[in-house]
Design a protein around this ligand. Sequence first.
Ligand code: SF4
Length: 259
Amino acid sequence: MQTVLFHSTVFGPIHSRRLGISLGINLMPNDGKVCSFDCLYCEAGFNAQGPGHDGIPSRESVKRQLKRKLEQMQAEGSGLDVITFSGNGEPTLHPHFKEVVHDVLLLRDRYFPQAKVSVLSNATMAGKPAVAEALRTVDNNILKLDSAIAATMRALNRPTSPNVIPEGVIADLKAYAGQCIVQTMMLRGDYEGRHIDNTTDAEVEALIAAYREIGPREVMLYSIDRTTPAEHLQQVPIDELRAIGQRIHDATGIAVQVN
Ligand code: SF4
């Protein structure tokens, strides 16, 4: 079984052409996965692997580990372009997410004030006041919406709560009044006898209506580029992604980034 990718709370720095020099923060366990979705494409594997034994890192531990890493990078004369919350599950499920974000912003300001702070979230907690308050303070508040059609969200993202439906997520994202980036994973494939494809006309039209309603700062489209826990998923070719991106931009006027 494919299992968690990140074995520490602070990971990196990773050098990438797209992000530059990037540090990651994993607020979920280092030896298991905790998420309110169980996406077919999750790089951290399925939730079935369990939460592990290490537990969720405390606020103090995150602060201490990040401070140590930033001091080390500064002493080495390294640069830093972005600090990204991602990892083995959903970062906003951390019980002290708001306080952790506060600490990270202070450390960023002290050691690498030019670096951006990004959060990659599945948006299931985006309507919670403390989470929303924290997400509004980061540079890049990146929230997931893979489908605006309930059956597809259920099949692709597999929320752990039946209460998570596109209408609710869209209403929560709309409340950010443009202070968010919506990220959409596009793919097609088969899983347990069911065909999934969020690139169809009906899916793209439903997404366009959702993006219009939300009014995000930007839409980010991407497709799978690593092994996925569900077999038989296909990457959407970059030219097709670009064409979908253009269609979304033409219909909404929203900036679309295609990766
Ligand atoms: S929301 Fe993110 S971490 Fe959670 S299952 Fe989906 S891809 Fe994995």
